[in-house]
Ligand binder design. Sequence first.
Ligand code: SF4
Ligand code: SF4
Length: 115
Amino acid sequence: MAACPVGAITKRKEDGIVLINKDKCIGCRYCAWACPYGHPQFNAEAKVMEKCTLCVHRHEKGLRPACVDTCIARTRFFGEVNDLVDLIREKRAQRVSLGFIGGKTTTDPSMIYTK
Ligand code: SF4
Ligand code: SF4
């Protein structure tokens, strides 16, 4: 990712999951400044950045993220983007991803937020 000066953040080609390599992270916090979603969070004790991994360890076993499976309000969904877009239409939800400004993608996000 362009915001990381040491290449500690990568976006996986196969599924778009963004991960932070904590062994490479120097704790400069540029990514926290650059992320419009506020996802990277600084761990002051370890002096490295952390973020949701989309439960990649579960995904690689064919499981959904833990928060998708455990959310009692069923507000979270995980899957192929086209299926999620269909679901948004079905539920008549309004897409509010911050990465979409004037119809163009500025951050090419893998997350979709709706209201
Ligand atoms: S805090 Fe870590 S992951 Fe974020 S930009 Fe700096 S080195 Fe990269
Ligand atoms: S449980 Fe949800 S928020 Fe936590 S790491 Fe997994 S996908 Fe991310």
